[in-house]
Write a protein of this length. Structure first.
Length: 320
């Protein structure tokens, strides 16, 4: 009898057979990730627990940060090798100022996972009601900061952009009345939406200029990319494989739910409506020109990168 094996499962079996030899030393990478429990930041930890990075000869030392600023600085200083979930405007601004970072993958495109919400009893019902209200974002230079600035421009509504830190810290500030409109990255606060504790006011993808633009990227310290390009290539290969596994198998969904400490049903909704496979596809940095235009407009950089600079800035390892 002939057995048919699903392509993803077959790929995993082949990799395990042809992976690292028993007793082989693993290369260690320090990974800084913005936002524990948010969006695509699950990939590295879920893949490590599933043994995927180990099969690529890697052991990850993972640090979760409060957002782009911390993640980016960790990579610039060399205290982290790779940063995940870095706002593209912040990365562009840092590179333009000579920071030793390069982009090796897209972290999120379209930003459908970021949403802004109010308490259930809030008088704010739609974006135009935000006039004069405090509107949260995590840290300066983050993708959420970009969304708030773009939403203000798109609506023509004068509100107060307010840095509030992590998703959990923001939720506390909203529910206690310190901030009018909070931000979150699914799956965080999706269960609160289901339970009617909060109401969504807008998503990042509601802003036309952001709907198809890469908002967050994966960055690497330039010295590591130059000195150990094979290690970086293996990290991205394992990252891609983990994304495929998460969306192709029940075990992948369960791993996402476990990582985020949410029920499987919430994880299923999140991966269908908010954190989609298309959104976290690492293989294409979309609309870099549009991002550079916004970075200049919001004073992250003085001028767009030249063609040569853009090619140096974005160096995606090829998919095998």
């Amino acid at each position: 009898m002939r057995l048919l094996i699903a392509p993803v499962v077959a790929a995993l079996l082949n990799l395990s057979i042809g992976g690292i030899a028993a007793g082989q030393t693993l290369d260690t990478l320090k990974i800084a990730i913005g936002g524990k429990g948010l969006g695509e930041s699950a990939v590295s930890e879920a893949g490590q627990k599933a043994g995927i990075f180990k099969r690529h000869g890697l052991e990850l030392d993972i640090l979760y940060t409060a957002g782009t600023g911390e993640t980016q600085q960790a990579v610039i200083s060399g205290s982290a090798d790779i940063g995940v979930g870095v706002g593209v405007l912040g990365a562009l601004g840092a590179y333009a100022k000579g920071a030793p970072i390069r982009v090796i993958g897209a972290s999120y495109t379209g930003d459908s996972n970021l949403f802004w919400y109010v308490r259930a009893d809030s008088p704010v019902r739609e974006p135009k009601d935000a006039v004069g209200k405090s509107v949260a974002f995590s840290t300066v230079g983050s993708s959420g900061h970009n969304v708030v600035l773009q939403m203000q421009k798109y609506l023509g509504v004068a509100f107060k952009p307010t840095a509030t830190g992590s998703g959990a810290a923001t939720y506390t500030q909203v529910m206690s009345g310190q901030v009018d409109i909070g931000w979150s990255g699914a799956p965080f606060a999706v269960e609160a939406l289901d339970e009617g504790k909060i109401r969504a006011v807008w998503r990042a993808s509601d802003v036309p200029v952001l709907a198809h633009q890469t908002s967050r990227v994966i960055i690497v310290n330039a010295a590591l990319l130059k000195g150990k390009p094979d290690v970086v290539k293996r990290y991205m290969a394992a990252y891609r494989e983990t994304v495929d596994w998460m969306f192709a198998t029940p075990q992948g969904v369960e791993a996402y739910a476990d990582w985020a400490s949410i029920p499987v049903r919430v994880a299923q909704r999140t991966m269908k409506e908010f954190v989609t496979k298309e959104g976290i596809n690492p293989d294409q940095v979309s609309d870099l020109e549009g991002a550079m235009k916004s970075a200049v407009e919001f004073r992250y950089m003085a001028a767009p990168l030249s063609k040569a600079q853009a090619e140096d800035f974005v160096q995606l390892p090829p998919r095998n």
